[in-house]
Design a protein around this ligand. Structure first.
Ligand code: MG
Length: 348
C-alpha cells in the first residue's frame, strides 16, 4: 500500500500505511502480537487539514489492504461543505458494510477539520467540561508473574489498572498484582469465561480483591448468561465485544450494566457521541476504550471522556513510535489540550 493523495474540488484526502510498534508483546485471550497496523489519514478543505486514523488489530478483520481499498472508493466530489457532516458520514457508512476502522479514519479527520474551522476543541463543541475527565486505566496483559510485576511497577503513575483475564491463569494474575499494589482494578475477560456459575464465583472472588467492574465476561452470543451474571454480580459488567455500534446499545440494555465505546468499532466520533448519550439516557455505565493507536485516534476519543465513567485510553502509551502528541495523562488523569479539533500536533 502506497501513500495516496486524491483531490475532490476543495477537498483533498490523503492516506498512508504505518506500523505501530508495541513496547511489550501484548497477550489477550485471543492471542499475542508486537505490532499493530494503522492507516493515517488527512482531510484538507480549502487549506485547513484534519487528521484521522484507522487502527486494525488483526482479530477484527481489517488490514492495510482493506482500509486502502475502502478509501480508494471514497469520492467526495458530491460534497462542497464539510459542515454537511451527516450527509458525508452517511455516504461513507453506506459505501460498504463493516470496515468500521476505515470509516473512523474519515470521521476523525472530518471532525478534526471541523473543530479547526470552528476554532474549538470537540469537548467544548459537545458542551463537556474538561475538568470532568476520568483517570485512565493502564492495561496489564496476560503474562508470567515476573513480567506482570514489572508492568505493575511501570504503571506507577496510573490510579487504576486494567487486567486482562480469560485464560486459566486468572487467579495467578490477580494474586501477583495484589503482591505489589492495592490500586483499584478492572478486569477484561474478553469473553473468556464459558459457564455462568463459574463466572459468578469469579465475580465475587474478584470483587473481594478490589476489582471494580468486569468487561465482557462471557461470549457475546451467550446473551442470557451475560444478563444473568449482570443481575447477580456484585460488581457492574460492561459489554465490549457485544457492543459495536449505536444499534447495539439498545440490545445491551438489560444484558450488561454498561458499554465500552471504541472509535474503531463504531465508525468514529459522531456515532461514539450518540452511543454515549443514548447509554446515559438508559442509565447505563459508559466506558471509553481504544485499540493500540497513535495519539491521533486516542485524542479524538478523549474528547468524549468528560462524560464517561471509566476510560481505558492507554493505547498510545503502549507504543514506541507515536508520531503525534495530543491528550496527555498526568498523574493517571486524562488531560485534554485546549486546542481546536481533536487537539493534536506532530511529535517532535
Ligand atoms: Mg475489552
Amino acid at each position: 500500500m502506497q501513500a495516496i493523495t486524491r483531490k475532490f474540488g476543495k477537498f483533498t484526502l490523503r492516506y498512508r500505511p504505518y506500523t505501530l510498534e508495541l513496547r511489550h508483546v501484548f497477550t489477550i485471550a485471543a492471542g499475542s502480537r508486537s505490532t499493530t497496523p494503522v492507516v493515517l489519514t488527512e482531510l484538507e478543505y480549502d487549506g485547513t487539514v484534519g487528521y484521522g486514523e484507522a487502527s486494525m488489530p488483526p482479530y477484527l478483520g481489517e488490514s492495510h489492504q482493506s482500509v486502502s481499498a475502502f478509501l480508494d472508493r471514497v469520492d467526495l466530489s458530491g460534497f462542497n461543505d464539510p459542515f454537511h457532516t451527516a450527509d458525508i458520514l452517511t455516504y461513507i457508512d453506506e459505501l460498504a458494510p463493516k470496515n468500521t476502522a476505515a470509516k473512523a479514519s474519515v470521521d476523525i479527520a472530518l471532525h478534526d477539520l471541523l473543530g479547526k474551522l470552528m476554532n474549538q476543541p470537540w469537548y467544548r463543541i459537545w458542551g463537556y467540561n474538561p475538568a470532568d475527565t476520568p483517570n485512565t486505566s493502564f492495561t496489564i496483559g496476560i503474562d508470567k508473574a515476573d513480567v506482570v510485576r514489572q508492568k505493575v511497577l511501570e504503571a506507577a503513575p496510573y490510579k487504576i489498572l486494567k487486567v486482562k483475564l480469560g485464560l486459566d491463569t486468572d487467579k495467578m494474575m490477580i494474586e501477583t498484582i495484589r503482591e505489589v499494589t492495592d490500586k483499584p482494578l478492572c478486569a477484561d475477560v474478553n469473553q473468556g469465561w464459558k459457564q455462568r456459575e463459574e463466572g459468578l464465583e469469579m465475580a465475587h472472588w474478584l470483587a473481594e480483591r478490589g476489582v471494580v467492574f468486569l468487561e465482557q465476561p462471557m461470549p457475546k452470543e451467550q446473551v442470557d448468561d451475560n444478563a444473568w451474571l449482570t443481575e447477580n454480580s456484585p460488581i457492574p459488567t460492561v459489554g465490549d465485544e457485544a457492543v459495536q455500534r449505536l444499534e447495539d446499545v439498545r440490545r445491551a440494555f438489560g444484558v450488561y450494566s454498561g458499554i465500552n465505546i471504541k472509535l474503531m468499532k463504531c465508525t468514529g466520533m459522531r456515532e461514539a457521541h450518540r452511543m454515549a448519550e443514548l447509554a446515559r439516557a438508559l442509565d447505563m455505565k459508559v466506558m471509553l476504550g481504544c485499540m493500540t493507536e497513535t495519539s491521533c485516534a486516542i485524542s479524538a476519543a478523549a474528547q468524549l471522556s468528560p462524560v464517561v465513567d471509566w476510560a481505558d485510553l492507554d493505547g498510545a502509551l503502549l507504543t514506541s513510535n507515536d508520531i503525534y502528541r495530543g491528550m496527555e495523562v498526568v498523574k493517571g488523569k486524562v488531560i485534554l489540550p485546549d486546542t481546536p479539533g481533536i487537539g493534536i500536533r506532530l511529535n517532535g
